[in-house]
Design a protein around this ligand. Structure first.
Ligand SMILES: Cc1cc2nc3c(=O)[nH]c(=O)nc-3n(C[C@H](O)[C@H](O)[C@H](O)COP(=O)(O)OP(=O)(O)OC[C@H]3O[C@@H](n4cnc5c(N)ncnc54)[C@H](O)[C@@H]3O)c2cc1C
Length: 648
């Protein structure tokens, strides 16, 4: 989907690897790619494979780099290469003509993964085995995401009246323009002694407007090169975001190009990454390797730079100038290509304005810490004093019951009170009588199983709870495998119960279920479960997941109900709510308003049918358990349908 740079690069790589033979391929793009709308530049050694693969398309190359009007420096053994976008598009057209390709000039509206992959356009639906998706994601206002800015640029291809370009030198950054609104610089690519592309680039929240860019460029060109005529123009916006886009969770849908996270956040360069991703895809069995793995430390450096460019845009110029002044250009280019070693990078940072980098590290900690505030709170909650002697066998303190009740009212019940929005039970996103009737009808069999065979009801409840908790967490942490989600859900519940066996057995006895006998080896089983719990976040490199497992490990220091409640309210309900909010694109208050009727209904149902004031805490908690299992069954089904059909 899309016939831009990434698709052309992928087609070329597939052609090289003879993957296109015997395949039926559909290319969908609203544009027929007949215009030279971009220039693709990259630096590399001449003997690198990328240079050989694209040697026929490289129209110009430079071997010297210049910053401001300083002395040009050789970048040997590297060179800076230039490809015209039209040459890349034409090259892909030539390859396409040799195979069974169909090209359709329209927009893709959506991609679904039901029985097989389907791609919908406004005219038709197409089916296939693999989808390579390069549709640009909607560029949200850069203000919306923290530390996200844009690289916006406007360039003029000009012809000088008097010849004065140094045609072997490309000027990477010339900061001798206003820095008032953002970090901005001029970039010069001379094609000959008298023609060049001169581009004004801005790193900032505000997008460069044509009028202001033309004014600045006009002054800059006249002042430095004299009179000129314009022979072409180039304009573009590249997102510079501190968070890499998530890979596509649908099997056999592979995001490529900008959508696939190939743009380097701090520079906007993407061509070499797109080339590397294509090679990765083509060299793996069934295109299993989808995206380039990111080196965390380079992502961290990019994030620091984006924090500086967002908070102190006027400092950008001095950082880049010092970077090139105190390091060889080859080192800087290799650093931007993420090919340098840690100690070299450390030396480089020490030569830069270290104060501002330390300040940005502080803001980085605040920014990242905020994401983990709830996981941190969960861990702290474990250490709240629990048992009040003689109050209840379940060791739960009254204030803990109050806290949990508050949490349930604020987020626990509301997160499940939006099931009508999932459209799994009834279309229309409304609470209708039909919807309520069907919802209640789904609860009845679970209630009947509790009456008939409580042990069976408990097993069924635990199974679908493990599925649901695991599914929600897997979505949150970008894990595709449903099995892993389920195993994680099972780890969570089994560890909670096994470490609170006495309390678990008290609830079982209230539910008229035989107790779970302590057995030899239970300690070993506990260790095994928690070790398994730690393995997942380490494999998937998810810090939030790791914190939740730390919470699980520590949960043995508080009572069962409170530890489960903390997880349910502060983690599960919160992220389920956020998933719905993200998909529905509505405000919190709108969601609360829409959840209210169902919310009240659930509370009323509980109070009328499940609370018995004459019984003790233990019995009421047992009734609550049954109630929870009944209401959660339709919720689990709704959310399962929601997650399954969730489009990217
Ligand atoms: C002007 C400019 C210059 C750049 N120069 C460089 C450079 O020198 N070096 C470098 O490394 N990087 C550069 N980049 C960054 C990056 O390499 C390019 O943005 C590159 O084009 C990204 O490739 P892509 O396939 O992701 O997107 P695109 O090339 O933009 O292709 C996306 C395609 O999807 C199509 N499309 C959109 N919506 C739909 C839809 N709903 N259904 C189907 N098709 C759709 C579009 O028509 C388009 O053809 C530049 C970017 C710009 C904007």
């Amino acid at each position: 989907m899309g016939w831009g740079a990434s698709t052309c690069v992928l087609i070329a790589e597939m052609h090289k690897n003879r993957i296109l033979e015997g395949k039926k391929i559909l290319l969908i793009d609203p544009d027929d790619k007949k215009e030279n709308d971009k220039t693709f530049c990259f630096w590399a050694k001449e003997d690198e494979e990328i240079c050989q693969d694209y040697s026929k398309l490289i129209s110009t190359s430079w071997d010297k780099i210049q910053i401001n009007n300083g002395c040009p420096k050789l970048i040997d053994p590297l060179k800076y290469f230039h490809i015209k976008s039209i040459d890349l598009y034409d090259y892909s057209r030539e390859i396409i003509s040799k195979y069974d390709f169909s090209c359709i000039k329209t927009l893709v509206l959506s991609v679904e993964n039901q029985v097989c992959l389907s791609v919908k356009t406004d005219q038709k639906e197409y089916f296939g085995h693999y989808v390579f998706d390069s549709r640009p994601k909607k560029i949200r206002e850069p203000f919306q995401k923290k530390y996200s800015i844009s690289q916006s640029f406007y360039g003029l291809k000009i012809k000088l009246k008097r010849r004065s370009f140094e045609d072997r030198v490309y000027r990477m950054m010339d900061f001798r323009v206003s820095q008032a609104k953002a970090t901005q610089f001029v970039y010069i690519l001379p094609y000959s002694k008298d023609t060049a592309l001169i581009e004004l680039t801005r790193f900032g929240k505000d997008i460069l407007q044509i009028n202001e860019a033309e004014n600045i460029l006009n002054k800059f060109i006249e002042c430095n090169f004299g009179e000129y005529t314009v022979v072409g123009k180039e304009r573009g916006i590249i997102p510079m975001t501190p968070v890499s886009p998530r890979g596509n969770t649908k099997a056999n849908v592979i995001n490529i190009g900008t959508r696939g996270g190939n743009v380097k956040p701090s520079t906007g360069y993407a061509f070499k990454n797109m080339y590397d991703q294509s090679r990765l895809i083509c060299n793996s069995v069934s295109f299993k390797n989808k995206s380039l793995s990111k080196k965390n430390r380079f992502l961290f450096y990019d994030q620091l730079l984006l924090i500086i460019l967002t908070r102190w845009p006027e400092k950008g110029r001095f950082i880049f100038e010092r970077l090139f002044k105190t390091n060889s250009p080859v080192f800087v280019l290799n650093f931007l290509d993420e090919k340098t070693k840690f100690f070299g990078e450390l030396k480089m940072f020490l030569k830069l304005q270290i104060g501002i980098f330390l300040k940005s590290v502080f803001f980085w900690i605040l920014w990242k810490g905020k994401k983990h505030i709830f996981s941190g709170a969960m861990i702290l909650c474990v250490f709240l004093p629990s048992s009040i002697q003689g109050y209840s066998d379940l060791s739960i303190a009254p204030y803990q019951i109050l806290l949990l009740a508050l949490g349930l009212i604020v987020i626990g019940i509301p997160h499940g009170a939006l099931d009508h929005f999932t459209e799994a039970i009834d279309k229309g996103k409304k609470i209708t009588i039909k919807f309520v009737a069907r919802y209640l009808a789904l609860m009845i069999p679970i209630f009947l199983i509790w009456l008939w065979q409580p042990s069976l009801a408990l097993i069924v409840f635990l199974l679908y709870s493990a599925w649901h908790f695991g599914q929600t967490d897997a979505k949150q942490w970008g894990v595709e495998s449903k099995a892993i989600g389920f195993i994680w859900g099972a780890i969570l519940l089994s560890y909670l119960f096994i470490t609170h066996l006495n309390e678990f057995n008290i609830i079982l006895s209230a539910l008229k279920i035989p107790p779970f006998e302590n057995f030899q080896g239970i300690r070993g089983l506990r260790y095994l479960i928690i070790v398994l719990g730690f393995i997942f976040p380490l494999i998937f490199r998810r810090f939030e997941w790791f914190l939740v497992v730390v919470f699980l490990l520590l949960s043995q220091y508080t009572n069962l109900i409170f530890s489960f409640g903390i997880y349910f309210v502060l983690h599960h309900s919160r992220i389920g709510w956020h998933h719905l909010k993200r998909k529905l694109q509505v405000s919190h208050s709108y969601m609360f308003k829409k959840a209210l009727p169902f919310n009240l209904g659930a509370i009323a149902l509980f109070c009328f049918f499940f609370v018995n004031i004459e019984s003790g805490v233990k019995e009421n908690i047992a009734y609550f358990f049954v109630f929870l299992s009944c209401v959660s069954f339709p919720h689990v089904l709704c959310m399962n349908a929601f997650y399954s059909k969730q489009a990217e």
